[in-house]
Design a protein around this ligand. Structure first.
Ligand code: PMV
Length: 317
């Protein structure tokens, strides 16, 4: 039997979906990239047994009792419950600290990163081995609470150093990017709601099955073509496919005015392509620049048009 120690820690990265979000929930492929410029760490420290409350949590979004009702906490509370049901250890008195540079609810995978770092911290606190498969089970448990019907892509990419071609019920394919182009990531500053956006696409599928399915299938085609563009280092084609993907996401009603405006600004600034990323209806967009100088110029123009924050991402990793 393993023994607990006085502290545990876990970490995870943010992520960017290059193409295929939403369609991936309905069986089409998607491409996700690890985004190490933003990350999240969970630290767990033992408190004296008589401390009250027994488990406390501190982050930018909440502090106090760990079992308080808060939508950001539901996922990790479910992980905690599942863990102690499985391992039957006495529940420890802990202080939990979350440090994150991943903006919440912006399509950057913050909920999956929190679930991943939290699970890692719990297993490290109890000195238990955590296999990739077990980690996935805990993270998907939390993601179901956050998203309702997650495809599973976020759970895999926030613990990866490599890019990922993902399709439900297929073996995930990890690969490296070798492009000289740069991705600009821009935050609208508005929170999205992935659960509602995913539900909206399901509603469209119920209401207009033929039209909605056609759009979802077209996104799948775009993702397949993108893999060819990536392998042949054809950045013009990659950019065009990103913009086509954005138009289809608009047609599925998961974009919004702020995202559309930033996409237009990026294209007018000479981006090879641009699109929203993640759940949408707020959150972030991405644009492809054919050089670092171009990417910086696009980022500056996006900030001038209202982007709250921008990041540059080297596509050679
Ligand atoms: O959690 P987000 O906003 O990064 O979006 C995840 C991508 C979706 O395709 C919208 C949902 C999913 O589970 O794949």
């Amino acid at each position: 039997m393993s023994h607990s120690q006085s502290e545990g820690s876990g970490q995870a990265y943010g992520k960017i979906i290059l193409a295929g979000e939403h369609a991936v929930v309905h069986g089409q492929p998607a491409i996700a990239l690890p985004f190490s410029s933003v990350q999240l760490t969970v630290l767990m420290n033992a408190c004296p047994d008589h401390s009250s409350p027994s488990v406390t949590i501190k982050s930018d979004y909440y502090q106090g009792y760990f079992f308080q009702k808060h939508h950001h906490l539901e996922g990790i509370q479910a992980i905690w419950k599942a863990f102690f049901e499985k391992y039957s250890y006495p529940e420890p008195h802990l202080s939990i600290q979350i440090n994150s540079s991943i903006p919440a609810e912006r399509g950057m995978g913050s909920s999956a990163a929190l679930a991943t770092a939290f699970t890692r911290a719990l297993f490290s606190y109890f000195n238990l081995e955590l296999t990739g498969e077990l980690l996935n089970q805990y993270v998907n448990l939390a993601e179901k609470i956050a998203h309702g019907n997650p495809s599973g892509i976020d759970a895999l990419i926030v613990k990866s150093n490599q890019s990922l071609f993902f399709q439900k019920n297929h073996r995930p394919r990890f690969f490296d990017m070798h492009s000289k182009s740069y991705l600009v990531v821009a935050d609208t500053g508005q929170t999205g709601n992935t659960r509602q956006a995913v539900q909206a696409v399901s509603d469209l599928l119920t209401e207009f099955p033929d039209q909605a399915k056609k759009k979802i299938d077209s996104i799948g085609d775009i993702v397949s073509q993108m893999m060819s563009a990536i392998h042949s280092d054809n950045n013009e084609m990659l950019g065009q496919l990103m913009t086509q993907n954005h138009e289809l996401l608009r047609a599925l009603k998961v974009s919004n005015q702020s995202l559309d405006q930033l996409v237009q600004t990026a294209l007018k600034s000479g981006a090879l392509g641009a699109k929203m990323t993640g759940g949408g209806r707020g959150g972030c967009m991405i644009a492809l620049g054919n050089s670092l100088t171009k990417a910086k110029e696009i980022a500056q123009n996006l900030e001038n048009t209202g982007a709250k924050q921008t990041w540059l991402m080297n596509l050679n990793h």
